[in-house]
Design a protein around this ligand. Structure first.
Ligand SMILES: Cc1cc2nc3c(=O)[nH]c(=O)nc-3n(C[C@H](O)[C@H](O)[C@H](O)COP(=O)(O)OP(=O)(O)OC[C@H]3O[C@@H](n4cnc5c(N)ncnc54)[C@H](O)[C@@H]3O)c2cc1C
Ligand SMILES: NC(=O)c1ccc[n+]([C@@H]2O[C@H](COP(=O)([O-])OP(=O)(O)OC[C@H]3O[C@@H](n4cnc5c(N)ncnc54)[C@H](OP(=O)(O)O)[C@@H]3O)[C@@H](O)[C@H]2O)c1
Length: 301
């Protein structure tokens, strides 16, 4: 996500204005004066969370210099690059990093700078942030893998905006098993497991809560197909108990618990209204930015 943030912050506002980005966001970017975005990673280049294709796409952005410090291409990176056993995904990221590190600056007005082995320790500033204080890290091998350990080396980095992009973590749902270490609901192909690793009939998980906060919409689609197949199999095999109430009772329960409930038809109305608003200005859509606007539109059906 950090790469997406850097890309949007440095993008040409006129190009962005033709997308479905919210108008107030483009206005803010137009007046921001952002020239440099610095991405901080607590570990090294080989451990970076972005994918090779994402890193490659960043380097093809027009009018933006991508800056990688040659010092980050350290012995471990060189060893990984010359090791035939290095996995292709890591190899692509490191090869690209080496290419970016060797690129001459074009003098572009904007740049995205990668910094590795650093962690923020504090922010300073009066009305507004003016600096991030960093500590340099070393990597230590542990049973849980390579972890970043702070050293005594500190530095100050001038900054006027600080954004956090450190990933996500699943939260437990009452009365449903939860693995606090992995932050997921324990499951086997989507069938939820109890503490003895036995399937709990009729309870299923899909998406990030099933496999952890990784992957894109396509990954979730495959994930959902697997879970839905498990539901259908269990239904056909008679492993599911018959519903105790009918559909209307379920609908009433959901509406009681969630007064702003938007069903599929309601979502269709929101989608159609956003697209219609976009068509007026030759944009894919103009997104609603307030919850009440969405709920009102969905209710009009
Ligand atoms: C900032 C950001 C940008 C992204 N951009 C892209 C992109 O451009 N392309 C792409 O392919 N992927 C993108 N992703 C990844 C994609 O969003 C996720 O892979 C996907 O949304 C995960 O689907 P999910 O169903 O697991 O979770 P979600 O989409 O988060 O859905 C979970 C739902 O469960 C609801 N919920 C949570 N707890 C409860 C509860 N106790 N009771 C009832 N409901 C509950 C939540 O409100 C939410 O609606 C992005 C992710 C992030 C964070
Ligand atoms: N456009 C898209 O398709 C899109 C956009 C956004 C997200 N996504 C998907 O959504 C998933 C989540 O993406 P994400 O970028 O939010 O998370 P992520 O891929 O899990 O990356 C999180 C990053 O934050 C670092 N981090 C975690 N805790 C930290 C801490 N306390 N201090 C410093 N650094 C810390 C991690 O470093 P360590 O490795 O050291 O822990 C890692 O580099 C990904 O699978 C991504 O593909 C897709």
């Amino acid at each position: 996500m950090a790469l997406d943030v850097a890309r949007v912050l440095t993008a040409d506002p006129d190009s962005l204005a033709r997308t479905d980005i919210a108008d107030h966001a483009v206005d803010a970017l137009r007046h921001s004066g952002i020239r440099e975005v610095i991405l901080l990673g607590r570990r090294g280049l080989p451990q970076a969370a972005y994918t090779g294709p994402e890193f490659l796409a960043l380097g093809q952005l027009p009018g933006i210099d991508i800056v990688v410090d040659p010092a980050d291409l350290d012995d471990t990176v060189r060893a990984a690059l010359s090791d035939p056993g290095t996995d292709p995904a890591t190899r692509l990221k490191l090869t690209l990093a080496a290419e970016y590190a060797s690129r001459a600056r074009t003098g572009a007005r904007k740049r995205i700078v990668f910094r590795f082995h650093v962690s923020p320790t504090s922010l300073s500033g009066k009305q507004q942030v003016d600096a991030v204080h960093l500590v340099r890290n070393e990597l230590h091998e542990t049973p849980d893998g390579l972890i970043a350990v702070p050293t005594a080396h500190a530095e100050r980095l001038d900054a006027t905006l600080v954004l956090r992009a450190v990933g996500y973590r699943g939260a437990p749902v009452p009365d449903v098993p939860f693995d606090p270490t992995a932050g997921v609901i324990p499951n086997e192909h989507g069938r939820v497991l109890d503490s003895a690793a036995a399937v709990i009939p009729g309870v299923y998980a899909t998406g990030w809560i099933k496999r952890g906060p990784r992957g894109v919409i396509g990954t979730n689609r495959r994930d959902a197909e697997e879970t839905v197949a498990a539901v259908v199999d269990d239904f056909l095999a008679g492993r599911l108990t018959p519903p105790r109430r009918d559909r209307e009772a379920l609908s009433a329960l959901l509406t009681r618990r969630c007064p702003n409930l938007v069903d599929r038809d309601g979502w269709g109305l929101i989608d159609a209204a956003e697209r219609a608003n976009g068509a007026k200005t030759k944009r894919p859509r103009v997104k609603f930015i307030r919850l009440n606007e969405m709920v009102d539109t969905a209710r009009r059906g």
